[in-house]
Design a protein around this ligand. Structure first.
Ligand SMILES: [Zn+2]
Length: 136
């Protein structure tokens, strides 16, 4: 059974088939939809040919249903969604907002599990207790 993803704001389901659907915007205001594989650590992305993703560029990510901005207020580089796993547990998933940066974090209470070749990048940030994050 695939993982189910939902918007932290409107709770709408964001996965269709084996894709997690985001609405995204580049700094040059190019907008479009991104289909990302629902499997954690799989970075296969599909977009319409008219919406070409630029490597190394920071995108804004939005819920495709309510357009809530999913980049975290406290760290723009992390995009937050909720996921319900096979056991029905809801966890927080963070991915990078930079195209071509491959890291995923599964956050459950105080535990962080990371995936992807670039996983080290935000690991230190996420391992720090909340109250200290503002000093980073
Ligand atoms: Zn939403």
């Amino acid at each position: 059974m695939p993982n189910n993803y939902s918007c932290p704001e409107c709770k709408s389901k964001m996965n269709i088939g084996s894709s997690l659907v985001f609405s995204a915007k580049s700094p040059d205001n190019e907008r479009g939809l991104i289909f990302l594989d629902t499997e954690l650590g799989n970075y296969t992305k599909t977009t319409h040919p008219d919406f070409e993703l630029q490597e190394g560029v920071e995108y804004k990510f939005y819920c495709p249903v309510c357009h809530f901005k999913l980049n975290k207020e406290e760290n723009f580089n992390l995009v937050k969604v909720h996921m319900t796993d096979d056991n029905g547990k809801e966890v927080e998933i963070n991915i990078s907002n930079i195209i071509g940066e491959y890291c995923t974090y599964k956050i459950q209470e105080k535990k962080v599990e990371s995936f992807g070749p670039d996983a080290k990048r935000y690991r230190n940030y996420l391992d720090v207790p909340d109250e200290y994050r503002k000093y980073l």
